[in-house]
Design a protein around this ligand. Structure first.
Ligand code: SF4
Length: 348
């Protein structure tokens, strides 16, 4: 069955892979990554990317958000977290530190914060492109108009991350307030693609009301979109959201989806997300063994890192960035991969 996986798959066959008919859901993750599905995923990633793991310096520059996604701790109605914004100078300083530690891509992430005008975002992007020639700038600042996306691209932004969260309109409506729609999310992704960005889609595994058919729809949607990056992490409830009491997504389900995505999207850049590190102490390493090939060490200032909390118990919020980065490099080497100094563009 594994050999056939690059060909067309029926919905039933895909569902079997997603749901984990074999290996079973309760297989220990360490054994799971040795199963045929995961070995095949690792072989595919090695064929395209060798043993390289691309690192991106993550800078979370504002935790303000105008939206109220029901799963997210940064939602506007959460009045219990202190809010912060970094200045342009602080953002550049974070990127400087990331560069010194071998990062050649900077990911600038924030909630949808109207304080940062298009003009300001363009100014930040062009400052970084001037100061760090040859490096890539990735933006992750939410849903914008096509004109805004075009202006960031013209200023030098290379990539854009916008998880679609779920391709199913009904499911999307259960996770978001009525002023947000799956249609607009998808339109944003297609706008970004048409403009020329390397585009990242993605989703949470185990989000409230999610069914295996939704995951199937996600794969079908991404097969049509052909994103360059796919972010997958488990749903982790945040205590100050309407979904506080929902159970978290499981590590195994998440790893299984990473493996399936690697096989279906051999060229995609797939991060071993920090959320995986929350559900298991070696969650990120296991994801790399399941086919992921990107890590995103956090270079936000220590003083603000603990305030960027879309979900509870985020990892990497303490400890000096350089030391965290060094530990990550060592742990990646320990499982047979290499965290490389490379801009890490998608290979098509
Ligand atoms: S998921 Fe993004 S857009 Fe939604 S509330 Fe959180 S930061 Fe804002």
């Amino acid at each position: 069955m594994i050999k056939k996986i690059n060909c067309t798959f029926s919905d039933n066959e895909l569902l079997l892979l997603i749901e984990g008919g074999s290996p079973a859901e309760n297989t220990p993750p360490e054994a799971l990554v040795k199963s045929p599905l995961f070995r095949r995923a690792d072989a595919v990633r090695r064929e395209v990317y060798g043993n390289a793991v691309y690192a991106r310096g993550l800078i979370e520059f504002s935790n303000y958000c105008r939206n109220n996604c029901l799963y997210c701790g940064l939602r506007a109605e959460n009045s219990q977290i202190p809010r912060y914004r970094l200045t342009r100078e602080e953002i550049v300083a974070c990127c400087d530190s990331a560069y010194q530690n071998g990062m050649r891509t900077f990911v600038l992430q924030s909630g949808e914060d109207p304080h940062f005008s298009d003009h300001e975002i363009c100014g930040i992007v062009s400052s970084l492109k001037q100061k760090f020639p040859g490096c890539a700038v990735t933006l992750s600042v939410g849903e914008k108009s096509r004109e805004s996306y075009q202006s960031y691209f013209d200023a030098g932004a290379d990539r854009y991350l916008l998880r679609h969260e779920t391709a199913n309109g009904g499911h999307y409506a259960k996770l978001h307030p009525s002023d947000m729609t799956a249609e607009n999310r998808k339109k944003c992704l297609y706008d970004l693609k048409e403009i020329g960005y390397q585009v990242g889609a993605g989703l949470m595994v185990g989000s409230p009301y999610q069914t295996p058919s939704h995951l199937l729809e996600d794969i079908r949607f991404m097969r049509a979109l052909q994103p360059d990056m796919i972010g997958v992490g488990p749903f982790i409830p945040h205590g100050q959201t309407p979904f506080a009491k929902f159970p978290r997504g499981t590590l195994n389900a998440c790893l299984r989806l990473v493996a399936v995505l690697r096989i279906f999207f051999p060229h995609a850049l797939i991060p071993a997300t920090t959320a995986l590190g929350v559900v298991h102490p070696y969650g990120r390493e296991l994801a790399l063994q399941a086919g992921a090939n990107v890590v995103m060490p956090n270079f936000s200032p220590l003083s603000t890192r603990a305030l960027y909390v879309p979900y509870n118990k985020k990892t990497g919020v303490d400890g000096e960035a350089a030391a965290n980065c060094r530990r990550l490099r060592e742990s990646i080497a320990g499982i047979g991969y290499e965290m490389v100094v490379d801009v890490g563009n998608v290979k098509r």
